[in-house]
Design a protein around this ligand. Sequence first.
Ligand code: 13P
Ligand code: ZN
Length: 273
Amino acid sequence: MKTILSSRPALKAVIDQIAEVTGYLWQNGWAERNGGNITVNITEFADAEMAAMPALVPAIQIGKELPMLRGKFFYAKGTGKRMRDLARYPMQNGSIIRICPDCASYEIIADEPVLPTSELPSHLALQNYLLQTGSCYKATLHTHPIELVAMSHIRRFLEGDELTRVLWSMIPETLAFAPLGIGIVPYKIPGSIELADATLEQIKTHDVVLWEKHGTVAVGTDIMDAFDQTDVLCKAAKIYLSARAMGSEPEGMTDEAIKEIQQVFNLPKARPC
Ligand code: 13P
Ligand code: ZN
C-alpha cells in the first residue's frame, strides 16, 4: 500500500526517529497508557503533492491563532494513543497535519484520520514561537518523568529557581547540557489554552518546562534532542531522590563550583539557535 512515507525517505527517517524515542519513553516508565505527546515540524520535507493532499476530515480548530504556522506541516501523536504502540506503528498512532490559511485550524492529511493529541495547543504555541524567533528547533515533547513529577509535589521546588539550583548541583553534566534550567508552570487543566500560554512564557527562558503535578515539556532540534533535554534533568532528579532515600539531604555542588563550570565551559544564557 502506498503511504505518505513510501516515496519520501528523508521524512521516513524523521518518523523512524520519533518511533525510536517513543520506545525509550515507554522503557523509562514515563509513558503510562496514552501519557505524553509529540509534535515535529516536517515542513522542510513537504512537496507540492503534500500541499495538495485532500483533508481526511473537516478542518479542526486549534483554539489559538498562530500566524507563523500558516501552511506548515507537523507530525503529531494521536490523542489517546500509546507511545509503546507508536514505537511500532507511528503512522497508525499519529498523523500528518497541515495548518490552514486562517492559522487557527488544521487538516489531517495522512495516513489515517488519527485525531492529534489533546495537548496540541501547547505544542503548536511552542512551534509558533520557534518559527517566530528563527530557531532551528523542530520538535516538542511532553512526557511524564516520574522523579521530576514527584519533585513538583514539593512546594519548595515550585518556588523561584530552587528546582533548577538543586538539579544543577547534583552532577556537572546537568548544568552543561541544561544551562537554561527548568521552568515551572503552576498546575493547570491538561489540554487548556491557559496551560499553552504559561508553557510558552517559561520555554522562552528555560530548556525544559515542568507542569506542576503532571509532566515536562521540552523543545529540541529534533525529537532525540528534546528527549535528551528531559533525560538530563530527570537523571539529576533521580540522583537527588537516591540520596534522599539513603536518609540525607544531598550536599550538592557548591554555588562556587556551579559558577566555575559556567565560566570554564562558557555556557550559553540563551538557546544556541
Ligand atoms: P493525549 O493522549 O491526548 O496525547 O494526552 C496525553 C497526555 O499526557 C495529556 O497531558
Ligand atoms: Zn500529560
